[in-house]
Design a protein around this ligand. Structure first.
Ligand code: CU
Length: 125
């Protein structure tokens, strides 16, 4: 599923995702933590299947409301089967370059019952 494994930017995303998934830290702690990992730049989870990034295709998006509808594949970290559904997006910047039909890799967390996309990058397919 990972076509962008050599993309450094994605690698950094994945590292921070991995950090968050493993440590289960709050966003603040998560930031500090991922900076630490960035300095090491040793192992990237981009090459291994434990990555928590899920695949999706953009069905529709509303940048003002920070909502996106994705036709998504399995989402392992929240134990969800493939389906089409809406998500909240943490930051508009994550949606900036996206248009309907784009393929994305994304990381979503269940925050008090609301599914919020924390990371999202365009994917080739
Ligand atoms: Cu779903």
């Amino acid at each position: 599923m990972i076509v962008l494994s050599r993309n450094v930017l994605l690698g950094l995303f994945l590292l921070s995702v991995m950090c968050s998934a493993v440590a289960g830290h709050h966003q603040d702690e998560h930031m500090e933590h991922s900076e630490m990992i960035h300095e090491q730049k040793s192992s990237s989870c981009a090459d291994d299947d434990s990555c928590e990034m899920a695949h999706g295709i953009v069905v529709s998006l509303n940048k003002d409301k920070k909502k996106i509808v994705l036709d998504h594949g399995e989402i392992k970290n929240i134990n969800m089967s493939p389906m089409t559904m809406p998500f909240s997006v943490e930051s508009t910047s994550l949606m900036q370059d996206l248009v309907k039909g784009d393929h994305v890799l994304f990381y979503v967390e269940n925050v008090d019952g609301e599914l919020i996309i924390k990371e999202m990058v365009k994917s080739k397919k």
